[in-house]
Design a protein around this ligand. Structure first.
Ligand SMILES: NC(=O)c1ccc[n+]([C@@H]2O[C@H](COP(=O)([O-])OP(=O)(O)OC[C@H]3O[C@@H](n4cnc5c(N)ncnc54)[C@H](OP(=O)(O)O)[C@@H]3O)[C@@H](O)[C@H]2O)c1
Length: 295
């Protein structure tokens, strides 16, 4: 299979490209900056003629669309840019997939929900996005469903991964402890951690099927940021006192749902394997990747 990947230099993209290459998949990694494909891996999803030319040149069998404006607070400050990249960029790809009858994997987010449900969200719950980022991704989902018969909408949760290039929550927590800082993490926001390797695995798994539709693609289980921070310190073998705090202490431009935990009900009902518990994946990530390179 020939798979064109957008956003291939991102946290998820790097793992998807690496994993796909081990699975008899011929990958065409593309991104805003050059992403390693010959003749040129540069591809801006807002550039419709560029996308058309790339598909005509590479002739992929499927597309994995990961590219997005992912900084939630920047999306709130610059909503027009968020809708251009996340919604119209997705529409550009969806139109081409429809024209060429290509399967499209679109990575979305658990933050499409408003967080008022007490239990984790499943695929049959109704989204009600709170932020510009979440709205731009939800609109992207709807466009994909409308235009592309062979679509897979995969909603990821709090993503972690990236190895040596990790600059997100896991690496930040470890760096802060190592530099002698104290650790505080909010205990009033809940979500489902999602390991980039496991989300990539799910992406390749669904492409082997014709069970098109929406799949929650987070690791099993939910936690608060505080619980996740404690697990990070524990798995990294660090000594640190982690203090819980309230999100009200950190006002941010974009509203976040109180609860964006997810469960993969659709995958279960159609017989796809469950994703691992988040603690197993987080332990593996920290102990096999992060500690080795930075410890
Ligand atoms: N991170 C999370 O917690 C999370 C959770 C749920 C879902 N998701 C979704 O998962 C996907 C991958 O996320 P990620 O964390 O890997 O994001 P990421 O690290 O920010 O990677 C996204 C990549 O897309 C590129 N990009 C931005 N605008 C583009 C454009 N117009 N054309 C082509 N490429 C463009 C970015 O380039 P620059 O860096 O140069 O801008 C970056 O390399 C996204 O669709 C995101 O919405 C993420």
């Amino acid at each position: 299979m020939k798979l064109l990947v957008t956003g291939a230099q991102g946290m998820l993209g790097r793992d998807l490209v690496r994993l796909a290459a081990t699975r008899n998949v011929e990958v065409w990694p593309t991104d805003l900056a050059e992403a390693g494909s010959a003749p040129d891996g540069r591809l801006d999803v807002t550039d419709q003629p560029g996308l058309k030319a790339a598909i005509d040149t590479f002739r992929p069998d499927a597309i994995a669309h990961l590219a997005a404006m992912t900084n939630v607070d920047d999306c709130e400050r610059f909503p027009e840019r968020a809708y251009l990249v996340n919604t119209v960029g997705t529409e550009n790809l969806a139109l081409l997939c429809a024209r060429h009858d290509l399967p499209l994997v679109y990575i979305s987010t658990g933050s499409v929900f408003d967080g008022t449900k007490a239990d984790p969200y499943h695929e049959f719950d109704d989204p009600a996005p709170l932020s510009a980022y979440a709205r731009s991704k939800w609109q992207g989902e709807q466009i994909v469903r409308t235009l592309v018969p062979k679509h897979f909408v995969l909603r990821a949760g709090w993503m972690f991964g990236g190895g040596p290039e990790d600059k997100k929550f896991v690496a930040k927590m470890i760096d802060r402890v190592r530099s002698g800082g104290s650790l505080r993490a909010v205990d009033d926001k809940f979500g489902s951690p999602s390991y980039t390797v496991d989300v990539s695995q799910r992406c390749l798994e669904v492409l082997d099927t014709d069970r098109y539709g929406t799949y929650h693609s987070a690791n099993e289980g939910c936690c608060s940021r505080y619980e996740m921070a404690r697990a990070i310190v524990d798995f990294a073998g660090l000594e640190a006192d982690v203090q819980p705090c309230s999100s009200a202490e950190f006002p941010l431009p974009a509203p976040r749902p109180r609860q964006e935990g997810m469960v993969g009900l659709h995958a279960k009902l159609v017989g796809l394997p469950a994703m691992r518990p988040w603690r197993d994946s987080l332990r593996e990530y920290i102990q096999s990747t992060l500690i080795d390179v930075s410890g």
